[in-house]
Design a protein around this ligand. Structure first.
Ligand SMILES: *[C@@H]1O[C@H](CO)[C@@H](O)[C@H](O)[C@H]1NC(C)=O
Ligand SMILES: *[C@@H]1O[C@H](CO)[C@@H](O)[C@H](O)[C@H]1NC(C)=O
Ligand SMILES: *[C@@H]1O[C@H](CO)[C@@H](O)[C@H](O)[C@H]1NC(C)=O
Length: 179
């Protein structure tokens, strides 16, 4: 991204930070493996402990134990309107490149949503050991999101799709609402 467009993104985010005060709530999570011999999910849950504490836990296992540096991640957002339709974001990044350089402000921001609660905090390769997001509190996401996500109220799906060795391997979709 050119410097000028990065600046523009930052300005837009700041503008919305000052004007939008919405609350995000997550309603469901879905993890799909497209090749269970390569990766599958042992845990995939959204758990409400009580009214104020709800968390997300995901554990991915790699039975083949085949480490790779060839990992692409697509992040897409959809908004519900007669079914879920593409909305605002649909970007694909080279995960290993990003983890090495941390040079994409938008992705870095998304990464702060779960990095503290996750094993996805180091450089490649991945695919050798279990990877997890453990007890990521929805309130943590709320604190980051509510003031900056330039989204109108509604129901959303946040979809992460993982491509390992150029093949679609898995996806994690979190459903939520902004009110
Ligand atoms: C909700 O559960 C958490 C973790 O067990 C606890 O720390 C918190 O006090 C509970 N909140 C309420 C309102 O019960
Ligand atoms: C993202 O865009 C690609 C290419 O246009 C499309 O194939 C894919 O379905 C989109 N993803 C989502 C989740 O909407
Ligand atoms: C990454 O996360 C794991 C598990 O939470 C932790 O043990 C490790 O120290 C972290 N590594 C870095 C570089 O932050």
């Amino acid at each position: 991204m050119a410097k000028r467009s990065v600046l523009l993104v930052v300005l837009v985010v700041i503008t919305f930070a000052l004007t939008v005060h919405s609350k995000v709530d997550f309603t469901n999570i879905k993890c799909v493996s497209y090749d269970k011999s390569y990766v599958y999910f042992d845990t995939c849950l959204l758990k409400a402990v009580n009214r104020t504490y709800k968390y997300i836990s995901v554990t991915a296992k790699f039975p083949g134990k085949q480490p790779t540096n060839d990992i692409k991640v697509n992040f897409a957002m959809q908004r519900k309107e007669n079914g879920y339709k593409p909305f605002l974001y649909n970007i694909t990044i080279d995960a290993c490149e990003y983890l090495k350089k941390r040079n994409n402000p938008v992705i870095s921001f998304a990464h702060t949503f779960f990095e503290k609660y996750s094993t996805i905090n180091r450089t490649c390769p991945y695919g050798q050991q279990d990877e997890m997001v453990e007890k990521l509190p929805v309130s943590h996401i709320n604190n980051l999101v509510t003031n900056v996500l330039p989204s109108p109220h509604g129901e959303y799906a946040y979809i992460l799709t993982f491509y390992l060795l150029k093949k679609k391997a898995a996806s994690v979709t979190v459903y939520g609402s902004l009110s």
